[in-house]
Design a protein around this ligand. Structure first.
Ligand SMILES: N=C(N)NCCCC[C@H](N)C(=O)O
Ligand SMILES: O=C(O)CCC(=O)C(=O)O
Ligand SMILES: [Fe+2]
Length: 366
């Protein structure tokens, strides 16, 4: 049998010692004000290992009640099950521009999103942080910003509670995101295991990610995935994907997904084995984005992943992308360059420039 290289969920038998699941990180010491510095240090160490070895992990201890998480998924599911006519009322468009049709906020139909030049088999609502200033004054990204990311978010009228529940949920996620990037900053300042020099865990620089996400230009996606057609040769035929192979763009993604198994797959550091990142109730699947890779000079790489939904039912997932500020300047951190001993791998860039270059490539122009 050809080895599809996919672990978990009906995969071929694994050799002893093979990785079967992603690591777990309990973030609660960074959310509670009373926690000890030792408890925080242990969390930071776990994050360093998870980000170095996988770029992906499960996050627990975030304090968001299970009932809220279930509500978020079921409201998204209810929206996707409504008639096309209802969904198209909030079709993505440029609310700030003269003619509609090319904005990134709002609903996108099946196959409208493109990854590596191929249509993805999903539909979605994309929400972004709204600008603090009046639309016409937006200058940050030039004309491109105005046309693509300008205007307010487009919220569905039905289900009625969706908007208020999501706004509250986004607030909660921003607090979790902040705690997480604080822990990540501390992780980078810890002494490297086996080395006795440098690193107190408390330098001002450990707040670098917190400062640069103070006005996080977050993205929330509500995604609906129909079950893909069964391919003739499941090992070779990846012609149609739910979401093609990609890395995320910013800092950290907090993914909430329904219980469907085998859909989200993570590329391990061997560059060829795909590991199923199946949902664990109450935990987020977290992964780091491109800007963390740039800041850390590749110490922590943004890991490739993809979605292939051939399981049962209509899958719903709701990733929250906790990103840098739109104008955040990203360049390799001196201490990371020192630690991995490589030349700075990337030029300085702003997150907004990186985001726009990605978003422009996400929609099929045909
Ligand atoms: N905001 C983020 N990170 N969105 C991730 C979307 C990934 C798929 C997209 N078509 C792509 O090719 O990137
Ligand atoms: O639906 C998922 O499990 C992941 C989606 C994803 O990777 C993305 O939207 O960036
Ligand atoms: Fe992703």
């Amino acid at each position: 049998m050809a080895d599809s290289g996919i672990l978990n969920g009906g995969a071929p038998a694994m050799a002893p010692g093979t990785i079967k699941s992603l690591p777990m990180v309990d973030i609660s010491p960074f959310l509670a004000s009373s926690s000890s510095s030792e408890a925080r240090k242990q969390v930071a160490l776990a994050i360093d290992r998870a980000c170095t070895d996988f770029g992906f992990f499960y996050l627990t201890g975030h304090g968001i009640p299970q009932a809220r998480l279930e509500e978020v998924i079921s409201l998204a599911r209810e929206f996707f099950s409504s008639p096309a006519e209802e969904k198209n009322k909030i079709k993505r468009h440029d609310a700030g521009g003269p003619e509609g049709g090319d904005g990134a906020r709002g609903y996108q139909g099946m196959g409208e999103n493109v990854t590596q030049g191929k249509k993805d088999m999903h539909e979605a609502i994309d929400l972004y942080r709204e600008w603090d200033h009046a639309p016409t004054q937006s200058g940050s990204g030039g004309e491109g910003t105005r046309r693509t990311l300008e205007g307010p978010n487009l919220w569905p009228e039905e289900p009625k509670e969706l908007k208020s529940v999501y706004l509250e949920y986004i607030d909660q996620l921003q607090s979790v995101g902040t705690a997480l990037v604080r822990a990540m900053g501390q992780a980078l300042d810890l002494p490297v295991p086996g080395e006795s020099t440098s690193g107190t865990g408390q330098t001002e620089d450990s707040e670098i990610f917190v400062r640069n996400t103070s006005k996080s230009f977050w993205v929330m996606r509500l995604i609906g995935y129909p079950k893909l057609a069964t391919p003739i040769n499941p090992d070779a035929d990846l012609a149609e994907l739910s979401c093609g192979e990609h890395t995320d763009y910013g800092c950290v993604t907090l993914l909430l997904a329904d219980p469907t198994l085998g859909a989200l797959q993570v590329l391990l550091k061997d560059g060829k084995t795909w590991l199923n990142a199946d949902p664990i109730p109450g935990a987020f699947v977290v992964n780091i984005g491109d800007m963390i890779e740039w800041w850390t000079n590749g110490l922590w790489q943004s890991t490739k992943h993809r979605v292939i939904h051939r399981g049962e039912g209509y899958r719903v997932s709701v990733p929250f992308f906790f990103e840098p500020n739109f104008d955040a300047v990203v360049k390799p951190l001196g201490k990371c360059v020192e630690r991995n001993g490589k030349e700075p791998m990337h030029q300085e860039i702003t997150y907004g420039e990186h985001l726009l270059s990605k978003v422009f490539g996400n929609f099929d122009s045909t």
